[in-house]
Design a protein around this ligand. Structure first.
Ligand SMILES: O=P(O)(O)OC[C@H]1O[C@](O)(COP(=O)(O)O)[C@@H](O)[C@@H]1O
Ligand SMILES: [Mg+2]
Ligand SMILES: [Mg+2]
Length: 335
């Protein structure tokens, strides 16, 4: 019998007691929003003036040029989730401040953080993009319209997931009880459980990093990658393969499927910003998922999930995936 996302969540609630009804419904709403984003992306250039493709003509809070689909996806997430009754507030990579739930809607106990469209640079060339989300509890008495309510380390996440809009639309989810993968059945309009208990192999022969930054990396990462490149003749004694999609969701999903290590380390160009990837919308949710699948996630100096955020849009170096490789790079950092 087909197990849909709804059924999986009901089991997590009623049989396993891992989530409450509010969190179940919240995840259902998030999944519906991802379906709507998948439909919007599917329209591509249809509709004149490039359709949903191309630039929006605006910048986000990080000073990055927004694509039309960044804006559309953000709107879809806000609209779908604000009236659901399960949230105290939302924060998005695309918005400077938290989004308050309007008074006319019921208020809930959770905070939702999201990167509505990850891998924006791939939209216009028809390569996989995705959505990443993280759920926290709103601390008692905290003001959900203020940043401070959201500034909790990743260990406090109660759920996290990502959608990949690729040849198929996938939703990968953890509620702290392992990782499950659902495939969107486009005819039925439902997410069907296609893999449970995902595990990342501890060893790998594949790595993902933007090699064009090599000259800017810190010595530990440079040493690690140079050893991989040396292959059979080098200290690792085996050949490694490299992949870089430049959509974190797609690169991480490959690692969830067949292992590997993904790195967006600190480099001289981005040192002042603290890294490239955003802690709250990218690094934390992905690290929660990776750890739940038996992998590891580190900044090189610290477990990502233990980083105390100092701002909603804080950036961190990210090294995640197959456990033994992540531990090796971390050891090169002298930690
Ligand atoms: O273009 P670069 O420097 O290789 O960076 C790629 C990284 O940037 C990101 O696209 C950032 O995400 P956004 O598209 O949400 O800004 C990651 O998905 C990806 O890993
Ligand atoms: Mg992103
Ligand atoms: Mg984005």
């Amino acid at each position: 019998m087909r197990r849909t996302l709804s059924r999986y969540l009901i089991e997590e609630q009623r049989e396993k007691g891992k989530i409450n009804a509010d969190l179940r419904l919240l995840i259902e709403v998030v999944a519906r929003a991802c379906k709507s984003i998948a439909v919007a992306i599917g329209k591509g250039a249809i509709g004149g003036e490039g359709g949903v493709l191309g630039e929006a003509g605006s910048d986000n809070v990080q000073g990055e040029a927004q694509k039309k689909l960044d804006v559309i996806s953000n709107e879809i997430f806000l609209e779908a989730n604000e009236w659901g009754g399960h949230l105290a507030g939302m924060a998005s990579e695309e918005m400077e401040l938290p989004h308050a739930i309007p008074n006319r809607y019921p208020q809930g106990e959770y905070l939702l953080l999201f990167d509505p469209l990850d891998g924006s640079s791939n939209i216009d060339i028809n390569v996989s993009v995705g959505t990443i989300f993280s759920v926290l509890r709103c601390p008692e008495g905290a003001d959900p319209t203020a940043d401070t309510a959201f500034l909790q380390p990743g260990t406090k996440q109660v759920a996290a997931g990502y959608a990949v809009y690729g040849p198929t639309t996938l939703l990968v989810l953890t509620v702290g009880d392992g990782v499950a993968c659902f495939t969107l059945d486009r005819e039925q309009g439902s997410f069907v459980l296609t893999q449970e208990h995902l595990r990342i192999p501890e060893d790998t022969k594949e790595f993902a990093i933007n090699m064009s930054n090599l000259r800017h990396w810190e010595p530990p990462v440079r040493r690690y990658v140079e050893e991989l490149l040396a292959g059979k003749e080098g200290p690792r004694g085996k050949d490694f393969n490299m992949r870089w999609v430049a959509s974190m969701v797609a690169d991480v999903h490959r690692i969830m499927t067949r292992g590997g290590i993904f790195m967006y380390p600190l480099d001289a160009k981005i040192k002042d910003k603290g890294g490239k990837l955003r802690l709250m919308y990218e690094a934390n949710p992905m690290s929660f998922i990776v750890e739940q699948a038996g992998g590891a996630a580190s900044t090189g100096r610290q477990r990502i999930l233990e980083v105390q955020p100092n701002g909603l849009h804080m950036r961190v170096p990210v090294i995640l995936g197959s456990k033994n490789e992540v531990e090796l790079v971390t050891s090169y950092h002298g930690t």
